[in-house]
Design a protein around this ligand. Structure first.
Ligand SMILES: [Zn+2]
Length: 62
């Protein structure tokens, strides 16, 4: 019984692979899905904001 549950859990974990990586914004180590980039929603928002800001800056200079 117990081993069956463990095996099911292992299968599930393999399906959604989580890896150790760094948040691209704050560089914090996170355990997240392979495609994830940020540790939190806040960092996602910040990345979005910084991108907009840099675009603005570029257009201001030219
Ligand atoms: Zn972060």
């Amino acid at each position: 019984m117990n081993t069956q549950i463990t095996n099911a859990g292992k299968k599930l974990a393999a399906l959604r692979k989580r890896i150790k990586k760094n948040c691209v914004v704050c560089d914090r180590v996170i355990i997240a899905l392979k495609q994830a980039k940020y540790c939190s929603n806040r960092c996602r928002q910040r990345a979005k904001y910084q991108r907009l800001k840099s675009i603005k800056k570029e257009s201001h200079f030219s």
